[in-house]
Structures are given as structure tokens and as C-alpha cells.
Design a protein around this ligand. Structure first.
Ligand code: EPZ
Length: 416
């Protein structure tokens, strides 16, 4: 299995191009099933999760071509409506294919998406909403079997602004007769990107980015071409790396308004952050100042996907920082590995208190999940000595050749 070998202690200097967003390209790839046409997606990141989504599209009968950052999906030839267990297991978020398969085929069969490193990943909000739209759902030997008679739009109130559930309802609602209103919808920018793609296919949809999204069902039959929005979590990750290691980094093709909470946390800790259009520059001197308390929340609050990365920076910041993880029940698995590098962190349930130390030291550590792995890389880059980071397949799911980007900034990291 591949590993990263990191020699810590170097400042990071240079420019980083921010890639297209993993959490936008995945639901939009799923959405290409609906219009039975030729869809061209630009600015697609080169990630393992994207490879998994392409495998599913091809299994379902679509023709998928990739050329650099452009993926072309022709879904006219779709001739299946099930996703087998082995493909579902590869990527837990494959549940996002449920809505589009039902919208296109009127039925769907998927194996229950397993839990993942973040804990059980229930889909009760997805299934509850789909059944309200008229989808009959049964469970057979660990598989979800859906049949939709005549699907009718209606008001759906989500008890929690689930990103995936909001997306699945938007996608299924395109095939409902009448109007579907999602009330207390998730407001993440990736949902707005999905709406913009759907509008290009002919969907009558509005409100994404706000708490109420309205979809009027009808034929979404136009071929669509769309450029994926920048990855706000990738941008947040590199901001944390610069803050932890010290240095001067410029992020290009970023969306500053999507990383406002991270910018605010790091500016409070003494980083000098400037915004010019789609460029963000950060200048940071060690030691990093005190990072104020962090509570993860649905957008526009602090993103849970950036919690681990900021925690890595907090390990070498002044004072103590309280982290409250309100979104996932098991998203501190990176703590044990950070402690192996000399971090001083106390966890109690969904709260973690990080007391900054002078220096972390290199150690052999293991990635526990995608964003936890990014946190270990940040910690290793600012530690003294050498770290060996294993299970890096987690990192490759959501970061495009991360070691190349870090090496271009002067970080001493290599993949073996
Ligand atoms: C999306 O996951 C993202 N993944 C996650 O990013 C992100 O952490 C999450 O949204 C929150 O922002 C993609 O977009 C592919 P949720 P999703 O439904 O849709 C509970 C990363 O690192 N819940 O908003 O699965 C759930 O257990 C990944 O890029 C239910 O209880 O997130 C969790 O505690 C990790 N029932 C909370 O809601 C449901 O039916 C948030 O889940 C659905 C969710």
C-alpha cells in the first residue's frame, strides 16, 4: 500500500490552483442520468471518488469519456436501474444516484450504503422524502428497492438540512408532476451548482443556496454543458497548511465567499489574508496565534469537512481551542494519530480541546478518513523530523495528487 514520507519544518511558499469540487461533481455526474442526453462537464477533479462515479455510470449503460478536466456523459443508452453491492461499497455517497435513477427509470435497486469512517451514515431522510413523493420503498436482503407509480410533487420538510437528502429530492422531483418545495433545505454551495446544471437541462428549479428550494416537475431533456465550482474544502485545507507551517501561499480560482468561516478563524489567529477576485493569499508567521472556538454547522457555518485540518493547525497554535463537532457523531478519529505526533488533545463526546504545543514530532501515522488524512499531512509538514503516513487511499478520494501540490510549495513530501 502506498505511503507518504514527509520531512517537516519547511515554510510553504507559492501558488495553488484550486480544482473543481468533489462534492459538486459527484451529484452532477449522477444528475446526468436524467436528461438521457449528451452532457459535458468541465473543471472536473481527478479523484478516486470521481472514478467510482464513472464506474457506476458505465455500469448503468452510459457512455463516459474523460479528457483532462472534461468528462462527457451520454446517458441515452442507460439500460439498468440497479447499483451492485461492490460499486456501492466503493463510495458511500453513491446514494446520490437513487434520485436520478428513479427520475429516469421509475424504479431503483441499491444496496444499503454501508457506514463509513465517520460513523453510521443513515439515509432515513432520503427515503422518508422520496416516499412522500410517491416512491414505494422496500428493503430486501440489505437492498433498497424503489418503485414509483405516479410521483407527485409536494412540500417536504427536512428535520435536518441534509446535503445528500436535499440533492436526492431535487433530482427525483424533476420527474414529479406538480411542484415540490424542499423546506429547511441544505444551503451548501454545491447544491446551488447542482441547481445550475439542472436548469441547463431544462429543469424548472429555484431557491438553491437558500432554505427553500422549489422544483416544478417536467421534461429535463436538454443536453447540458457545465463547469464545476471550485472545491472550498481543498481551499480551506491549503489555508490551514500555510497557517500551521508558516509561509505565503496564493490560492487561485478559489471562491472566497465559500471559505469565509475558515478565513475568519485564521485571521483571528494572526494570519494576514487578502482577497482579490478569485485569489486568496495568506501570509503566516510561526507561532500561530490563538484560534477561537470552532463549532461545525451546516453552511454557512463552519464546515465539518474542514474541522480536522484546522485542528492540525490548532495543535501548534497558542493557547487552547475548543472544537464542537455537531454534524457527524464520529469525526475525531484523527485525534489519536495527532496525539502520536505529540499533540495535546482531550476528547469528550462531540467536544475536543486542543492545547497548542511548541512543536509536533514526526511519527508513523495512519489516515483514518479523507479529511483526517489531510490533517495528518498538515501536522507532518509542520512537525520536526520524518513522518510516515499510511492508508493514503483515503486522501486520494478527495485530493488531486496532494503531494505534488505540497511539493510545489516547498513541502518535503514523497509518495512511496
Ligand atoms: C455531504 O455528505 C458531503 N459529501 C460530506 O463530505 C459532508 O461532510 C456532509 O455533506 C456535510 O456537509 C458529499 O457531498 C459527497 P448529510 P452527506 O446528509 O450528504 C445525518 C467529505 O469529506 N443524516 O448532510 O452524507 C448524517 O448521519 C464528505 O467530502 C441522517 O441522519 O451529509 C450526518 O450526521 C464527508 N439521515 C448529518 O446528517 C439522513 O438521511 C449530515 O449528513 C442523512 C443524513
Amino acid at each position: 500500500m502506498e505511503k507518504f514520507i514527509v520531512q517537516g519544518g519547511k515554510r510553504l511558499e507559492g501558488a495553488v490552483h484550486i480544482n473543481g469540487a468533489k462534492n459538486s461533481v459527484l451529484p452532477i455526474l449522477a444528475a446526468t442520468l436524467i436528461n438521457a442526453g449528451e452532457n459535458i462537464l468541465h473543471n472536473c477533479p481527478d479523484l478516486r471518488d470521481v472514478d467510482s462515479a464513472i464506474k457506476i455510470l458505465r455500469y448503468l449503460g452510459c457512455r463516459v469519456e474523460r479528457s483532462g478536466k472534461t468528462i462527457t456523459v451520454n446517458s441515452a443508452g442507460m439500460d439498468r436501474w440497479d447499483i451492485p453491492h461492490e460499486l456501492m461499497r466503493e463510495m458511500r455517497s453513491s446514494v446520490i444516484f437513487l434520485g436520478p435513477i428513479i427520475a429516469r427509470c421509475g424504479r431503483a435497486r441499491l444496496s444499503m450504503p454501508g457506514g463509513c469512517e465517520l460513523g453510521p451514515r443513515p439515509i432515513d431522510l432520503h427515503l422518508g422524502a422520496l416516499s412522500k413523493l410517491g416512491v414505494e420503498i422496500s428493503e430486501e436482503r440489505g437492498e433498497i428497492v424503489c418503485r414509483s407509480g405516479s410521483m407527485r410533487g409536494r412540500d417536504i420538510i427536512l428535520s435536518f438540512p441534509s446535503v445528500g437528502a436535499t440533492e436526492n429530492i431535487m433530482l427525483a422531483a424533476t420527474a414529479c408532476s406538480g411542484v415540490t418545495r424542499i423546506i429547511t433545505a441544505a444551503r451548501e454551495p454545491e447544491i446551488y451548482d447542482l441547481q445550475q446544471f439542472l436548469i441547463k437541462t431544462g429543469a424548472a428549479i429555484s431557491g438553491a443556496g437558500e432554505s427553500e428550494i422549489t422544483v416544478t416537475g417536467g421534461k429535463t431533456r436538454n443536453d447540458a454543458s457545465h463547469s464545476i465550482m471550485p472545491d472550498r474544502i481543498e481551499a480551506a485545507t491549503y489555508l490551514c497548511a500555510a497557517a500551521a507551517c508558516g509561509g505565503s501561499i496564493m490560492l487561485e480560482d478559489a471562491e472566497p465567499e465559500h471559505v469565509g468561516t475558515m478565513i475568519s478563524s485564521l485571521a483571528e489567529a494572526g494570519c494576514d489574508i487578502k482577497i482579490a477576485g478569485r485569489r486568496i493569499t495568506i501570509d503566516s508567521e510561526r507561532p500561530l496565534g490563538h484560534i477561537p472556538p470552532v463549532r461545525t454547522m451546516p453552511f454557512p457555518g463552519f464546515p465539518t469537512d474542514a474541522q480536522a485540518q484546522l485542528m492540525a493547525a490548532a495543535c501548534v497554535a497558542q493557547g487552547s481551542t475548543l472544537f464542537l463537532e455537531t454534524i457527524f457523531e464520529n469525526r475525531f478519529r484523527h485525534v489519536g494519530e495527532l496525539v502520536r505526533m505529540g499533540a495535546d488533545i482531550r476528547v469528550s463526546g462531540r467536544a475536543a480541546v486542543v492545547s497548542g504545543v511548541e512543536r509536533l514530532h514526526g511519527a508513523p501515522v495512519r489516515c483514518t478518513d479523507l479529511r483526517g488524512g489531510a490533517a495528518l499531512i498538515i501536522a507532518a509538514l509542520c512537525a520536526e523530523g520524518e513522518s510516515e503516513i499510511s492508508d493514503i487511499y483515503h486522501v486520494d478520494r478527495g485530493y488531486e495528487h496532494m503531494e505534488k501540490t505540497i511539493a510545489s510549495l516547498g513541502g518535503r513530501i514523497r509518495r512511496i
